[in-house]
Design a protein around this ligand. Structure first.
Ligand code: ZN
Length: 424
Protein backbone atom coordinates (compact mmCIF):
# COMPACT_ATOMS: atom_id res chain seq x y z
CA UNK A 1 0.00 0.00 0.00
CA UNK A 2 1.29 3.44 -0.79
CA UNK A 3 0.64 6.65 1.09
CA UNK A 4 -2.49 8.66 0.31
CA UNK A 5 -2.11 12.39 -0.44
CA UNK A 6 -3.33 13.27 3.07
CA UNK A 7 -0.91 10.80 4.66
CA UNK A 8 1.91 12.31 2.63
CA UNK A 9 0.79 15.77 3.72
CA UNK A 10 0.84 14.78 7.41
CA UNK A 11 4.27 13.15 7.06
CA UNK A 12 5.72 16.22 5.33
CA UNK A 13 4.47 18.48 8.12
CA UNK A 14 6.08 16.26 10.76
CA UNK A 15 9.35 16.26 8.83
CA UNK A 16 9.36 20.07 8.99
CA UNK A 17 8.77 20.03 12.77
CA UNK A 18 11.94 18.15 13.77
CA UNK A 19 13.56 21.06 15.61
CA UNK A 20 10.28 22.11 17.16
CA UNK A 21 9.86 18.58 18.55
CA UNK A 22 13.42 18.58 19.92
CA UNK A 23 12.77 21.95 21.61
CA UNK A 24 9.50 20.77 23.11
CA UNK A 25 11.18 17.60 24.37
CA UNK A 26 13.98 19.64 25.95
CA UNK A 27 11.44 21.86 27.70
CA UNK A 28 9.49 18.90 29.08
CA UNK A 29 12.54 16.87 30.09
CA UNK A 30 13.69 19.87 32.14
CA UNK A 31 10.53 19.61 34.27
CA UNK A 32 11.22 17.13 37.09
CA UNK A 33 8.31 14.66 37.27
CA UNK A 34 10.03 11.73 38.96
CA UNK A 35 9.21 10.17 42.32
CA UNK A 36 5.97 12.00 42.91
CA UNK A 37 7.52 15.47 42.59
CA UNK A 38 4.27 17.41 42.92
CA UNK A 39 5.28 20.86 41.55
CA UNK A 40 6.85 19.31 38.45
CA UNK A 41 3.91 16.99 37.85
CA UNK A 42 1.50 19.94 38.10
CA UNK A 43 3.56 21.98 35.65
CA UNK A 44 3.92 19.18 33.13
CA UNK A 45 0.25 18.37 33.41
CA UNK A 46 -0.77 21.99 32.77
CA UNK A 47 1.44 22.16 29.66
CA UNK A 48 -0.05 18.95 28.30
CA UNK A 49 -3.59 20.17 28.97
CA UNK A 50 -2.91 23.43 27.14
CA UNK A 51 -1.36 21.60 24.21
CA UNK A 52 -4.33 19.22 23.96
CA UNK A 53 -6.82 22.09 24.15
CA UNK A 54 -4.95 23.81 21.32
CA UNK A 55 -5.73 20.73 19.23
CA UNK A 56 -9.42 21.28 19.85
CA UNK A 57 -9.85 18.82 22.71
CA UNK A 58 -11.91 19.42 25.84
CA UNK A 59 -10.00 18.42 28.98
CA UNK A 60 -11.16 17.24 32.37
CA UNK A 61 -9.66 15.65 35.48
CA UNK A 62 -10.18 12.15 36.79
CA UNK A 63 -9.18 11.85 40.45
CA UNK A 64 -6.45 9.46 41.52
CA UNK A 65 -7.04 6.97 44.29
CA UNK A 66 -4.73 6.60 47.27
CA UNK A 67 -1.89 4.13 46.84
CA UNK A 68 -2.21 1.18 49.27
CA UNK A 69 0.20 1.99 52.11
CA UNK A 70 1.35 -1.62 52.65
CA UNK A 71 2.81 -1.90 49.14
CA UNK A 72 5.95 0.04 50.04
CA UNK A 73 8.51 -0.86 52.71
CA UNK A 74 8.73 1.87 55.34
CA UNK A 75 12.12 3.04 54.13
CA UNK A 76 11.03 3.55 50.49
CA UNK A 77 10.81 7.22 49.68
CA UNK A 78 11.12 7.16 45.94
CA UNK A 79 13.08 5.81 43.05
CA UNK A 80 13.33 2.12 42.23
CA UNK A 81 12.50 0.51 38.96
CA UNK A 82 9.24 1.31 37.31
CA UNK A 83 7.53 -0.27 34.42
CA UNK A 84 6.82 0.21 30.82
CA UNK A 85 8.98 0.09 27.79
CA UNK A 86 9.61 -3.23 26.25
CA UNK A 87 12.16 -4.46 28.69
CA UNK A 88 11.77 -6.53 31.75
CA UNK A 89 11.01 -3.49 33.86
CA UNK A 90 8.89 -4.07 36.88
CA UNK A 91 6.53 -2.41 39.20
CA UNK A 92 8.36 0.10 41.25
CA UNK A 93 8.57 -0.61 44.91
CA UNK A 94 8.65 3.10 45.52
CA UNK A 95 5.68 5.13 46.55
CA UNK A 96 4.56 8.35 45.02
CA UNK A 97 7.02 9.83 47.34
CA UNK A 98 7.06 13.55 47.85
CA UNK A 99 4.15 15.45 49.27
CA UNK A 100 0.58 14.60 48.43
CA UNK A 101 -0.73 12.32 45.73
CA UNK A 102 -3.35 14.73 44.46
CA UNK A 103 -2.19 14.88 40.85
CA UNK A 104 -5.25 13.98 38.82
CA UNK A 105 -5.33 11.91 35.67
CA UNK A 106 -5.72 14.22 32.67
CA UNK A 107 -8.35 13.29 30.08
CA UNK A 108 -8.76 15.16 26.78
CA UNK A 109 -11.62 14.44 24.38
CA UNK A 110 -11.69 15.40 20.73
CA UNK A 111 -14.83 14.79 18.72
CA UNK A 112 -14.85 13.64 15.12
CA UNK A 113 -16.25 10.98 12.83
CA UNK A 114 -15.42 7.29 13.00
CA UNK A 115 -14.59 5.01 15.88
CA UNK A 116 -13.24 6.69 19.02
CA UNK A 117 -9.54 6.00 19.55
CA UNK A 118 -7.90 6.02 22.97
CA UNK A 119 -4.37 7.40 23.23
CA UNK A 120 -2.56 6.97 26.51
CA UNK A 121 0.66 8.09 28.12
CA UNK A 122 2.25 8.94 31.45
CA UNK A 123 4.03 12.13 32.43
CA UNK A 124 5.91 10.82 35.46
CA UNK A 125 9.44 9.43 35.25
CA UNK A 126 11.58 7.32 37.58
CA UNK A 127 14.26 9.97 37.91
CA UNK A 128 15.39 11.80 41.05
CA UNK A 129 14.01 15.36 40.81
CA UNK A 130 16.99 16.60 42.82
CA UNK A 131 19.65 14.54 41.06
CA UNK A 132 22.26 15.62 38.53
CA UNK A 133 20.38 14.15 35.55
CA UNK A 134 18.07 17.07 34.88
CA UNK A 135 18.18 18.20 31.25
CA UNK A 136 18.19 17.05 27.64
CA UNK A 137 21.79 16.99 26.43
CA UNK A 138 22.86 16.27 22.86
CA UNK A 139 25.52 13.57 23.16
CA UNK A 140 26.29 13.30 19.46
CA UNK A 141 25.53 10.54 17.01
CA UNK A 142 21.96 11.81 16.67
CA UNK A 143 21.22 11.02 20.30
CA UNK A 144 20.24 13.09 23.30
CA UNK A 145 20.15 12.01 26.93
CA UNK A 146 17.70 13.23 29.52
CA UNK A 147 15.40 12.04 32.31
CA UNK A 148 12.27 10.67 30.70
CA UNK A 149 13.51 11.58 27.21
CA UNK A 150 12.44 8.16 25.96
CA UNK A 151 10.16 6.99 28.79
CA UNK A 152 8.03 8.69 27.89
CA UNK A 153 8.18 12.44 27.32
CA UNK A 154 9.49 11.74 23.82
CA UNK A 155 6.45 9.53 23.26
CA UNK A 156 4.15 12.36 24.33
CA UNK A 157 5.90 14.81 21.99
CA UNK A 158 5.47 12.54 18.97
CA UNK A 159 1.86 11.63 19.80
CA UNK A 160 0.90 15.30 19.95
CA UNK A 161 2.85 16.07 16.75
CA UNK A 162 1.02 13.22 15.01
CA UNK A 163 -2.40 14.51 16.13
CA UNK A 164 -1.49 18.02 15.02
CA UNK A 165 -0.26 16.85 11.61
CA UNK A 166 -3.43 14.80 11.12
CA UNK A 167 -5.57 17.84 11.90
CA UNK A 168 -3.51 20.14 9.66
CA UNK A 169 -3.77 17.61 6.84
CA UNK A 170 -7.54 18.01 7.07
CA UNK A 171 -8.37 14.64 8.61
CA UNK A 172 -10.95 14.57 11.40
CA UNK A 173 -10.52 11.99 14.13
CA UNK A 174 -12.48 11.06 17.21
CA UNK A 175 -10.00 10.53 20.03
CA UNK A 176 -9.46 10.61 23.76
CA UNK A 177 -6.02 11.15 25.30
CA UNK A 178 -5.58 9.95 28.87
CA UNK A 179 -2.42 10.90 30.77
CA UNK A 180 -1.43 9.33 34.09
CA UNK A 181 0.91 10.74 36.79
CA UNK A 182 1.94 7.47 38.49
CA UNK A 183 2.64 4.84 35.81
CA UNK A 184 6.21 4.32 36.94
CA UNK A 185 5.06 3.24 40.38
CA UNK A 186 2.38 0.90 39.06
CA UNK A 187 -0.57 3.24 38.32
CA UNK A 188 -2.19 2.25 41.61
CA UNK A 189 -3.70 5.74 41.81
CA UNK A 190 -4.88 5.98 38.22
CA UNK A 191 -5.98 2.38 37.52
CA UNK A 192 -9.61 3.12 38.41
CA UNK A 193 -9.60 6.20 36.18
CA UNK A 194 -8.19 4.19 33.26
CA UNK A 195 -10.95 1.61 33.76
CA UNK A 196 -13.59 4.38 33.80
CA UNK A 197 -12.29 6.12 30.68
CA UNK A 198 -11.57 3.08 28.47
CA UNK A 199 -15.08 1.79 27.65
CA UNK A 200 -16.52 3.12 24.38
CA UNK A 201 -13.19 3.17 22.59
CA UNK A 202 -12.43 0.99 19.58
CA UNK A 203 -8.70 0.61 20.24
CA UNK A 204 -5.90 1.89 22.45
CA UNK A 205 -2.48 3.30 21.58
CA UNK A 206 0.22 3.79 24.23
CA UNK A 207 3.45 5.70 23.71
CA UNK A 208 5.98 3.67 25.65
CA UNK A 209 9.35 3.61 23.87
CA UNK A 210 9.78 1.19 20.97
CA UNK A 211 11.08 -2.25 21.87
CA UNK A 212 14.50 -3.57 20.96
CA UNK A 213 15.14 -3.32 17.22
CA UNK A 214 12.19 -0.90 16.90
CA UNK A 215 9.84 -3.73 17.78
CA UNK A 216 6.19 -3.50 18.67
CA UNK A 217 5.37 -5.36 21.88
CA UNK A 218 2.17 -7.29 21.24
CA UNK A 219 1.97 -9.39 24.38
CA UNK A 220 2.77 -8.62 28.02
CA UNK A 221 2.69 -10.48 31.29
CA UNK A 222 0.59 -9.12 34.12
CA UNK A 223 1.96 -7.99 37.48
CA UNK A 224 0.91 -7.83 41.11
CA UNK A 225 2.37 -6.96 44.49
CA UNK A 226 2.21 -8.81 47.79
CA UNK A 227 3.42 -8.54 51.35
CA UNK A 228 3.94 -11.35 53.88
CA UNK A 229 3.92 -10.43 57.56
CA UNK A 230 5.01 -12.93 60.19
CA UNK A 231 4.37 -12.39 63.90
CA UNK A 232 6.33 -14.29 66.56
CA UNK A 233 7.16 -13.72 70.24
CA UNK A 234 10.02 -11.55 71.43
CA UNK A 235 12.45 -12.87 74.04
CA UNK A 236 15.94 -12.11 75.29
CA UNK A 237 18.28 -14.07 73.06
CA UNK A 238 20.42 -15.25 75.99
CA UNK A 239 18.16 -15.47 79.07
CA UNK A 240 14.84 -16.56 77.50
CA UNK A 241 15.62 -17.87 74.07
CA UNK A 242 13.36 -20.90 74.44
CA UNK A 243 10.35 -18.68 75.22
CA UNK A 244 10.72 -16.77 71.97
CA UNK A 245 9.23 -17.55 68.58
CA UNK A 246 11.27 -16.17 65.72
CA UNK A 247 9.18 -14.29 63.16
CA UNK A 248 12.25 -14.23 60.90
CA UNK A 249 12.42 -18.02 60.82
CA UNK A 250 8.70 -18.28 60.05
CA UNK A 251 9.02 -15.65 57.33
CA UNK A 252 11.96 -17.46 55.74
CA UNK A 253 9.90 -20.65 55.51
CA UNK A 254 7.08 -18.73 53.82
CA UNK A 255 9.48 -17.00 51.43
CA UNK A 256 10.76 -20.39 50.26
CA UNK A 257 7.19 -21.66 49.97
CA UNK A 258 6.24 -18.60 47.88
CA UNK A 259 9.21 -19.03 45.58
CA UNK A 260 8.26 -22.65 44.94
CA UNK A 261 5.18 -21.33 43.08
CA UNK A 262 7.56 -19.68 40.60
CA UNK A 263 7.99 -21.35 37.22
CA UNK A 264 9.14 -18.81 34.68
CA UNK A 265 8.90 -21.27 31.80
CA UNK A 266 5.27 -21.88 32.70
CA UNK A 267 4.49 -18.15 32.88
CA UNK A 268 4.52 -17.75 36.67
CA UNK A 269 7.08 -15.63 38.51
CA UNK A 270 7.27 -14.90 42.24
CA UNK A 271 10.05 -12.49 43.13
CA UNK A 272 10.59 -11.84 46.84
CA UNK A 273 12.38 -8.82 48.24
CA UNK A 274 12.96 -6.57 50.07
CA UNK A 275 12.83 -8.11 53.56
CA UNK A 276 12.60 -6.68 57.05
CA UNK A 277 12.86 -8.57 60.33
CA UNK A 278 13.74 -7.85 63.94
CA UNK A 279 15.34 -4.73 65.33
CA UNK A 280 18.37 -5.93 67.32
CA UNK A 281 20.52 -9.05 67.26
CA UNK A 282 20.11 -9.97 70.94
CA UNK A 283 16.35 -10.44 70.92
CA UNK A 284 14.25 -13.08 69.21
CA UNK A 285 12.45 -11.11 66.46
CA UNK A 286 8.68 -10.89 66.89
CA UNK A 287 7.92 -9.30 63.52
CA UNK A 288 9.23 -9.87 60.01
CA UNK A 289 7.94 -8.81 56.63
CA UNK A 290 8.70 -9.52 53.01
CA UNK A 291 7.49 -7.63 49.95
CA UNK A 292 7.33 -9.19 46.53
CA UNK A 293 6.22 -9.03 42.95
CA UNK A 294 4.14 -11.45 40.90
CA UNK A 295 4.31 -11.89 37.12
CA UNK A 296 1.93 -14.08 35.18
CA UNK A 297 1.24 -14.87 31.55
CA UNK A 298 -2.55 -14.98 31.76
CA UNK A 299 -5.58 -15.07 34.06
CA UNK A 300 -5.12 -18.78 34.84
CA UNK A 301 -1.55 -18.25 36.05
CA UNK A 302 -2.70 -15.16 37.91
CA UNK A 303 -5.25 -17.23 39.83
CA UNK A 304 -2.63 -19.91 40.56
CA UNK A 305 -0.25 -17.33 42.01
CA UNK A 306 -2.97 -15.61 44.02
CA UNK A 307 -3.87 -19.00 45.48
CA UNK A 308 -0.23 -19.70 46.31
CA UNK A 309 0.14 -16.36 48.09
CA UNK A 310 -3.11 -16.79 50.03
CA UNK A 311 -1.91 -20.24 51.15
CA UNK A 312 1.01 -18.62 52.99
CA UNK A 313 -1.34 -17.26 55.67
CA UNK A 314 -1.70 -19.25 58.88
CA UNK A 315 -2.64 -18.95 62.55
CA UNK A 316 -5.57 -17.37 64.33
CA UNK A 317 -5.67 -13.74 65.41
CA UNK A 318 -4.02 -14.36 68.80
CA UNK A 319 -1.93 -17.33 67.76
CA UNK A 320 1.87 -17.28 67.69
CA UNK A 321 3.34 -17.64 65.23
CA UNK A 322 0.90 -16.27 62.68
CA UNK A 323 1.31 -15.16 59.10
CA UNK A 324 -0.82 -12.63 57.22
CA UNK A 325 -0.61 -11.79 53.53
CA UNK A 326 -1.80 -8.89 51.41
CA UNK A 327 -1.84 -8.83 47.65
CA UNK A 328 -3.08 -6.72 44.76
CA UNK A 329 -2.96 -7.21 40.99
CA UNK A 330 -2.46 -3.78 39.50
CA UNK A 331 -1.78 -4.94 35.94
CA UNK A 332 -3.74 -7.83 34.44
CA UNK A 333 -1.90 -9.79 31.73
CA UNK A 334 -2.13 -8.40 28.20
CA UNK A 335 -2.47 -11.36 25.84
CA UNK A 336 -2.18 -11.31 22.06
CA UNK A 337 -5.84 -11.48 21.06
CA UNK A 338 -7.14 -11.59 17.46
CA UNK A 339 -8.12 -7.91 17.78
CA UNK A 340 -4.59 -6.99 18.95
CA UNK A 341 -3.21 -9.02 16.05
CA UNK A 342 -5.29 -6.96 13.59
CA UNK A 343 -4.13 -3.74 15.20
CA UNK A 344 -0.49 -4.87 15.10
CA UNK A 345 -0.84 -5.83 11.43
CA UNK A 346 -2.18 -2.36 10.67
CA UNK A 347 0.82 -0.84 12.46
CA UNK A 348 3.24 -3.10 10.61
CA UNK A 349 1.80 -2.20 7.23
CA UNK A 350 2.00 1.51 8.06
CA UNK A 351 5.62 1.11 9.14
CA UNK A 352 6.54 -0.82 6.01
CA UNK A 353 4.88 1.87 3.89
CA UNK A 354 7.30 4.30 5.54
CA UNK A 355 10.19 1.99 4.62
CA UNK A 356 10.80 0.47 8.04
CA UNK A 357 10.15 -3.09 9.22
CA UNK A 358 8.16 -3.49 12.44
CA UNK A 359 9.09 -6.73 14.21
CA UNK A 360 6.78 -8.00 16.95
CA UNK A 361 7.96 -8.84 20.46
CA UNK A 362 6.63 -9.94 23.84
CA UNK A 363 7.61 -8.61 27.24
CA UNK A 364 7.52 -9.42 30.94
CA UNK A 365 7.31 -5.67 31.58
CA UNK A 366 4.00 -3.96 32.19
CA UNK A 367 2.43 -0.59 31.40
CA UNK A 368 -0.91 1.22 31.33
CA UNK A 369 -1.67 -0.75 28.16
CA UNK A 370 -2.25 -3.78 30.40
CA UNK A 371 -5.00 -1.92 32.26
CA UNK A 372 -6.61 -0.49 29.12
CA UNK A 373 -6.76 -3.85 27.38
CA UNK A 374 -8.21 -5.42 30.53
CA UNK A 375 -11.00 -2.83 30.23
CA UNK A 376 -12.04 -4.46 26.95
CA UNK A 377 -10.27 -2.81 24.03
CA UNK A 378 -7.35 -4.02 21.92
CA UNK A 379 -4.18 -2.03 22.67
CA UNK A 380 -0.74 -1.63 21.12
CA UNK A 381 1.69 0.07 23.42
CA UNK A 382 5.23 0.67 22.23
CA UNK A 383 4.45 3.43 19.74
CA UNK A 384 6.77 5.98 21.32
CA UNK A 385 10.29 6.99 20.45
CA UNK A 386 13.38 4.97 19.70
CA UNK A 387 15.63 5.11 22.76
CA UNK A 388 17.41 3.11 25.40
CA UNK A 389 18.86 2.80 28.91
CA UNK A 390 15.42 3.45 30.33
CA UNK A 391 15.25 4.26 34.04
CA UNK A 392 19.00 4.95 34.08
CA UNK A 393 20.85 8.23 34.26
CA UNK A 394 22.04 7.77 30.68
CA UNK A 395 18.56 7.29 29.21
CA UNK A 396 18.70 8.38 25.59
CA UNK A 397 16.44 9.16 22.68
CA UNK A 398 17.15 9.01 18.94
CA UNK A 399 16.44 12.55 17.69
CA UNK A 400 15.72 11.59 14.07
CA UNK A 401 13.33 9.02 15.47
CA UNK A 402 11.12 11.85 16.71
CA UNK A 403 10.21 12.40 13.07
CA UNK A 404 9.82 8.89 11.76
CA UNK A 405 8.06 7.57 14.84
CA UNK A 406 5.60 10.52 14.78
CA UNK A 407 4.95 9.75 11.11
CA UNK A 408 4.28 6.14 11.99
CA UNK A 409 1.83 7.16 14.71
CA UNK A 410 0.06 9.57 12.32
CA UNK A 411 -0.39 6.84 9.73
CA UNK A 412 -1.63 4.30 12.25
CA UNK A 413 -4.20 6.70 13.70
CA UNK A 414 -5.42 7.86 10.26
CA UNK A 415 -5.81 4.30 9.07
CA UNK A 416 -7.44 3.12 12.27
CA UNK A 417 -10.12 5.69 11.56
CA UNK A 418 -10.75 4.18 8.13
CA UNK A 419 -13.23 1.69 9.53
CA UNK A 420 -10.58 -1.02 9.89
CA UNK A 421 -11.64 -1.05 13.50
CA UNK A 422 -15.28 -1.79 14.13
CA UNK A 423 -17.01 0.28 16.76
CA UNK A 424 -17.19 -1.58 20.04
ZN1 ZN B 1 6.96 4.39 30.49
Amino acid sequence: MSLTPKERDACARIEAWRQRMVDELAAWVAIPTGRGHVPGLHRQRALLAARLRSLGAVTHDEPCEARPAWIDPPWAHGGAAGSGGAGAGGHGSAGVGEGDTSIDVLVAKHDGPGPRLLLSGHFDTVHDPHGAFRALVDVGGGRAQGPGAADMKGGLVIALAALEAIRDAGVLLSWTFVLTPDEETGSFGSAAALARVAPGHAAGFVFEPAGDGDSLVVERMGAGQFMIEATGRAAHAGRDYAKGVSAVRVLCERVLQAERASDAAAGRIVNVGPLQGGAVTNAVPDCARAWGNLRFADAVRQAELEGAIDALASGGDDEVPRVRVRRVVGRPAKPLTPAVERLAALAREASEDLGRPLPFARSGGVCDGNNLQAAGLPVIDTLGVRGGNLHRTDEWVDLDGLVDRAQLVALILMRARECILPNP
